[in-house]
Design a protein around this ligand. Structure first.
Ligand code: C2O
Ligand code: CU
Length: 524
């Protein structure tokens, strides 16, 4: 069988010059802490031992994982019992404030990077995993060579220097590996972390901060009887459907932990949700039906809070919630859930791999479950009230697009058992004529998900979260199917296009020339 290429990455290009400078250096490692005693996990990746402690001073040297393996059962891992081997990003601040790298407790997740708009960062990425890799700063507006295009991959033992100025507004961005064809397994193996940007506008909004500003990174994983990660399973159909449809795990982890419960007080919180899963979509809602109060999306704060009864959160998308527990009673719990929905045949829905195709997935895409729980533990009075105004977003005018009325259109199609954009699969450097854009212009783009494809899989739709590297865009309109649960009011870098749906967006190509990717974020 021909090679199945599920990434569907495409390049787009533009011309001009950008500059970088450097202060605030940090060093960055993708660790394989298990080189000596590695055991392959299914799917071919080679994860290391999961370490709970990420004390920065330990992060300089990385030699095997004797410590981790000696840790008593239940203390070194994700599940009770044997520790789970995984990969992990670790970092230390070389110069600058120590608080710019904050470890995520009890997690394989990389340290959370805290920066301010306008700050210059220098990060050396040292690749210690037995695979080529490169880091992509998802959502950040950086020069092409700093963006983690797969053509910049480095092998084990080599390093890549990142230097850029943070030009994004305040928001919840993130970082993950981006080697071609290996992104899925590397993210799955544990490589991902948050990149939080703050600025004055955000500070002026008066939102809960510090211990009341809490990221929730939602991911799904599957484990074998030995507590080790299981990736695409070996079965012919399961593996093939997995590569086309993307991996779905049967355990939901939040911040790297199963059955995650957040102890909270009777006051408002800012919750930053990131869907860090390979392919699972969450239909996020509060279990008791209270409305979600949304204050931010991929590219930071909305102008004003909006309410939804639920929100679809596709892979790589972020959602910021105002969560006020002041009317909850002490000792009660509120669940954050994913409601059931129809993900389509290829989307790994109930009718797809879950049952019909025998892929053996115990938790199909679209199944309902609890993501995590808030446990109201103590009473606290706070003066915080929901701000009526959060930020200023200047809306792009569709007439200002250079191709107003003639959208640059991209069709998401299944061809020869592979997902394509306008019939094309990933090219490392080649750029098609309809993928060239002019620097300094604003364009109207259109993604169409016809909801099917050719051949055996014809007619079976799949949701596609479409991501543009290096910029934030504005969703102009949606048509085709009526789906609720979108927050299109703010800045986005990833947009969910459901089967049968057409999404139009406005995007400005500014500052940086070169090759940037756009692709579906379903990772296999
Ligand atoms: Cu989040 Cu091309 O990636
Ligand atoms: Cu896709």
């Amino acid at each position: 069988m021909e090679r199945v290429d599920a990434e569907n990455e495409k390049n787009f290009t533009k011309q001009a010059i950008g500059t970088t400078g450097g202060h605030q250096p940090a060093e960055f490692f993708a660790h394989d802490r298990n080189r000596r005693r590695r055991r392959a996990f299914r799917g071919g990746a080679d994860p290391a031992c999961l370490c709970r402690q990420h004390r920065p001073e330990e992060d300089r040297l990385c030699t095997g994982c004797r410590d981790c393996l000696k840790r008593p059962a239940g203390r070194g891992g994700i599940l009770p019992g044997r520790p789970t081997r995984s990969w992990v990003y670790r970092g230390r601040v070389v110069r600058g404030t120590g608080s710019s790298l904050v470890p995520v407790p009890n997690s394989y997740l990389g340290p959370t990077i805290h920066v301010k708009t306008g700050q210059k960062v220098r990060i050396r990425f040292n690749n210690h995993i037995p695979d080529e890799s490169i880091v992509h700063w998802h959502g950040l507006h950086v020069p092409a060579e700093m963006d983690g295009h797969p053509r910049y991959v480095i092998p084990q033992g080599k390093s890549y220097m990142y230097e850029f100025e943070v030009r994004n507004r305040a928001g919840t961005y993130w970082y993950h590996p981006h080697p071609h064809g290996r992104t899925g397994p590397q993210v799955y193996g544990g490589l991902a972390g948050l990149f939080l940007v703050s600025d004055d506008e955000e500070a002026a909004a008066g939102l809960p901060s510090g211990a009341f500003d809490i990221p929730l990174v939602i991911q799904d994983r599957s484990f074998d009887a030995d507590n080790q990660l299981v990736y695409l399973n070996g079965q012919m159909m399961g593996g093939m459907m997995g590569r086309m449809g993307g991996f779905l795990g049967d355990r939901i982890l939040v911040n790297g932990q199963p059955r995650f419960t957040l102890p909270v007080a009777t006051r408002p919180y800012r919750l930053r949700l990131l869907n860090g899963s390979n392919s699972r979509i969450y239909k996020v809602a509060w279990q008791d039906g209270r409305p979600l109060v949304i204050i931010g999306t991929d590219g930071g704060l909305l102008e004003k809070p909006v309410e939804r009864s639920y929100v679809m959160l596709a892979p790589a998308e972020r959602l910021e919630l105002w969560a006020d527990f002041s009317r909850d009673s002490v000792d009660s719990q509120v669940g954050l859930v994913s409601l059931p929905f129809d993900a389509g045949m290829m989307g790994g829905g109930m009718m797809g791999r879950g049952r019909m195709m025998g892929g053996g997935n115990a938790l199909p895409n679209g199944a309902g479950f609890t993501i995590c729980r808030m446990h109201i533990q103590r009473r606290e009075r706070s003066k915080f009230s929901l701000p009526a105004r959060l930020s200023t977003i200047s809306r792009y005018r569709p007439q200002a697009a250079v191709n107003a009325g003639r959208p640059r259109s991209f069709s998401l199609l299944m061809r020869h058992m592979a997902w394509t954009i306008n019939g094309r699969t990933f090219q490392m450097e080649a750029v098609a004529a309809d993928e060239r854009v002019r620097l300094g212009t604003m364009e109207l783009w259109e993604f169409t998900n016809p909801g099917g494809g050719m051949g055996m899989m014809g007619g079976m739709g799949m949701p596609h979260p479409m991501h543009l590297h290096g910029k934030q865009f504005q969703v102009l309109s949606r048509s085709g199917v009526r789906h609720a649960g979108y927050v299109d009011e703010g800045w986005k870098d990833t947009v969910l296009v459901m089967p049968g749906e057409r999404v139009r967006l406005l995007v400005r190509f500014d500052d940086y020339p070169g090759l940037f990717l756009y692709h579906c974020h379903n990772g296999a």
